[in-house]
Design a protein around this ligand. Structure first.
Ligand code: NAP
Length: 280
């Protein structure tokens, strides 16, 4: 395509986007594999999203990640939507191919890969799963857990109707909705405990739920990764659970996009983690 830089370009589209760690993440891989490409933050107001998405491929972009608040809206602008993105109702990974915009969602893959890094024999069907929160991220991880064979998912969300809509859309038989006032109860005798709410995130409201005794057979993970050890994870550890922080999910969800855009399957390891955590 004459006129384009032959260096592939990709980026993350958000509003705001300055906080995103994706440029550092992809930047580390580009440097490590000696790929002459760029990955940049793209601050795009919601009203400008359609114009930006039609302009990016003409500027040499091969793809992009999308983050808050565009993850749902982007589906209405895509030419092709993967089955899992359609089921989740949101996309995080876009590829521009032959004039078409392809939308996919890799959050669920990232979530499961992160758990398997810590427990290679992780089996979603081993016992009940407790999930706090029913937002976009919860949809992605619950769809992945169902695909991995989870038989009983107990779901508590502040806005109960949102949890019920999620259960209805994904699997009303295997997802049981519990009132937020009784959220502590969903953790009794679970194999996996997950916080998908923003409670406990830096700058967000505090996490103040009490957890019952969990035990070392329980795996607890939080999607929030700032701070790395969230109040939910600290409490789960006090109750003897094994904990897995949410940064690994962010690293793993990025890998399929990098491979599609830059042609190399990247690894997720301690060096990547350190690069993403490094101070500016
Ligand atoms: P979202 O769609 O806005 O959902 C937010 C969730 O948090 C909802 O369940 C919401 O409940 C709940 N919540 C917010 N404030 C609350 C409060 N004061 N009390 C009780 N519940 C509250 O956001 P999302 O996209 O699902 O993301 C959720 C979190 O996951 C964010 O912190 C995000 O950074 C993180 N995340 C991490 C990764 C990763 O790779 N590690 C990937 C995606 C997202 P209501 O429905 O009642 O509002």
């Amino acid at each position: 395509m004459a006129g384009h830089s032959d260096k592939p370009l990709a980026g993350v589209i958000g509003w705001p986007v300055a906080h995103s760690r994706s440029p550092r993440l992809h930047g580390h891989w580009l440097q490590r594999y000696g790929i002459a490409g760029y990955y940049v933050p793209l601050a795009v107001e919601p009203a400008h999203l359609p114009a930006v998405l039609s302009a990016l491929p003409r500027m040499g972009f091969v793809g992009a990640n999308v983050t808050i608040p565009h993850k749902e809206m982007v589906l209405s602008l895509a030419d092709r939507i993967s089955d899992r993105a359609r089921r989740i109702g949101a996309a995080n990974t876009l590829t521009f191919r032959e004039g078409r915009l392809e939308a996919d969602n890799t959050d669920g893959l990232g979530f499961i890969a992160n758990l398997r890094d810590h427990r290679p024999d992780f089996d979603a069907g081993r016992g009940p799963v407790a999930v706090l929160g029913a937002g976009g991220a919860a949809r992605a991880i619950i769809a992945a857990l169902l695909d991995e064979g989870a038989m009983e998912i107990r779901l508590a969300n502040r806005t109960r109707a949102r949890a019920e809509a999620l259960a209805q859309a994904l699997d009303p038989k295997r997802i049981r909705v519990v009132d937020w006032e009784r959220a502590s109860d969903i953790f009794v005798d679970v194999a996996l405990a997950v916080n998908t709410t923003s409670l406990g995130m830096e700058g967000a409201e505090p996490f103040d739920l009490t957890l019952p005794m969990l035990g070392p057979q329980v795996l607890a993970t939080d999607l929030v990764y700032a701070p790395l050890i969230t109040p939910f994870l600290a409490r789960a550890r006090q109750q003897a659970a094994q904990i897995v922080d949410g940064l690994g999910m962010l690293l793993h969800q990025a890998a399929p996009g990098f491979e599609r855009w830059f042609g190399r399957r990247p690894v997720v390891d301690a060096a990547l983690r350190a690069a993403v955590l490094a101070e500016e």
